[in-house]
Design a protein around this ligand. Structure first.
Ligand SMILES: Cc1cc2nc3c(=O)[nH]c(=O)nc-3n(C[C@H](O)[C@H](O)[C@H](O)COP(=O)(O)OP(=O)(O)OC[C@H]3O[C@@H](n4cnc5c(N)ncnc54)[C@H](O)[C@@H]3O)c2cc1C
Length: 364
């Protein structure tokens, strides 16, 4: 939240009810993708060509910008530029991917359609087709988040841990936040970046929480050389996605379920980890062995795959950033740009893409 000083500068406070850098940041498989969860051709049918193309282009710019910021700040987080391979699956077959590649090319995004034969020859993968593209990256999410927080601290941002915000009121002049220990914080602006927890004032029935699973193999396992500089995902439901770390671990996720509580089951964690390991072994034709780590987490999604970013209707100077789906890191960059533009009175021509609609008038 931001508080104005007499000389016009602002102090910024980051408040978290836990120690920052935990939860979904640690669970994240951290593929920094410009590709949204909903393909451009499909999103166009949902929200129209103008909206859909702007959302895809903004996402590509956000990945480039995030890479630039991390490099400028020299954050040591294994940041690596990657290509992406989007494989045909049971939801998007080769024909749909051909249409998708053409749609992306038509708005200026580089996307090459690969036939089943190309895929076999270049990657040794047995699928009916794929889209190869660039503009992606990967990084260690905890090191990246910690590095960004440290850089903010050097610029005067104060971090307050273990403080829960329990309510918010906005007078139109000031924002007042109450903490669960009974303290009040007065601010000029408040921005709720609550991850997958939807702020009730703007939650909608169409938003849902799903459960997801992921594994990390042992380091240095024998995998095809091309995997090191690619992110891979597939047009299936449930889908599989993977990347490789700098020390040669395969990080693989997927097997999503539309049950917000399923991630809590230890039995499911064991079963899902086994399925994911088998699927990736089949796909890459390698034995990945027993994973070193397996984990599960909840995941917030919206029907269009686009997040909600903006000022809460009925709560002036209070912003929310939520509904990230699988692209939370890319969307965090977009949210940082849109919210800071709004606070600083600058127009952002894409702000309408992520608009909020009111449900309640005041309070959390
Ligand atoms: C398994 C998994 C894999 C993922 N893979 C990818 C990926 O490959 N690429 C990608 O881009 N994204 C991915 N994501 C998503 C991405 O990691 C998240 O969107 C991102 O970490 C969210 O960051 P955040 O800071 O917005 O939210 P969070 O990290 O969830 O942080 C929100 C914080 O708000 C705090 N909080 C909430 N309510 C309050 C309150 N009332 N008072 C005080 N504090 C509060 C919480 O304690 C929490 O620390 C993945 C997520 C999961 C779970």
């Amino acid at each position: 939240m931001a508080h104005a000083l007499a000389d016009g500068r602002r102090t910024v406070l980051v408040v978290d009810r836990q120690t920052p850098v935990h939860g979904s940041t640690l669970a994240s498989t951290s593929m920094l993708q410009h590709e949204l969860d909903v393909p451009l051709s499909h999103l166009t049918k949902m929200v129209g060509p103008d909206h859909a193309s702007r959302a895809w282009l903004r996402s590509a710019r956000a990945v480039d910008r995030l890479v630039e910021i991390v490099q400028d700040l020299r954050i040591n987080c294994g940041l690596t530029r990657k290509k992406t391979l989007f494989l045909a699956g049971d939801e998007y077959g080769a024909r749909a991917l051909k249409v998708e590649a053409a749609a992306r090319q038509s708005i200026g995004l580089k996307a090459d359609f690969l036939t089943g034969r190309d895929l076999r020859d270049e990657y040794g993968i047995d699928r009916t087709g794929a889209i190869a593209s660039d503009v992606s990256a990967s990084a260690n999410p905890a090191q990246m988040a910690a590095g960004l927080l440290r850089a903010s601290q050097r610029n005067g941002v104060e971090i307050v841990a273990e403080t829960q915000i329990s309510d918010v009121l906005s007078s139109g002049k000031d924002v007042v936040l109450s903490t669960s220990s009974g303290d009040l914080i007065a601010a000029e602006y408040a921005v709720f970046c609550t991850g997958y927890e939807f702020v009730e004032a703007v939650a909608r029935k169409s938003h849902s929480i799903v459960s997801t699973w992921a594994i990390a193999s042992k380091p240095g396992i024998p995998i095809p050389a091309w995997v090191k500089d690619h992110l891979v995902w597939e047009g299936s439901d449930p889908y599989l996605y993977l990347r490789c770390t700098q020390d040669g671990r395969l990080i693989v996720g997927g097997e999503d379920e539309r049950d917000p509580e399923a991630y809590r089951s230890t039995g499911k964690l064991e079963r899902k980890a086994k399925i994911i390991a088998e699927k990736v072994s089949d796909l890459l034709d390698v034995k990945i062995g027993r994973p070193d780590y397996a984990w599960a987490a909840p995941f917030g999604v919206t029907p269009t795959g686009l997040p909600m970013i903006g000022e809460v209707p009925g709560l002036p100077q209070v912003f929310v950033v939520m509904g990230f789906g699988g692209n939370g890191i890319t969307y965090s960059q977009i949210a940082a740009e849109i919210v800071s533009n709004a606070i600083n009175g600058h127009a952002d021509s894409d702000a309408d893409l992520y608009d909020l609609k009111p449900v309640r008038k005041n309070g959390l």
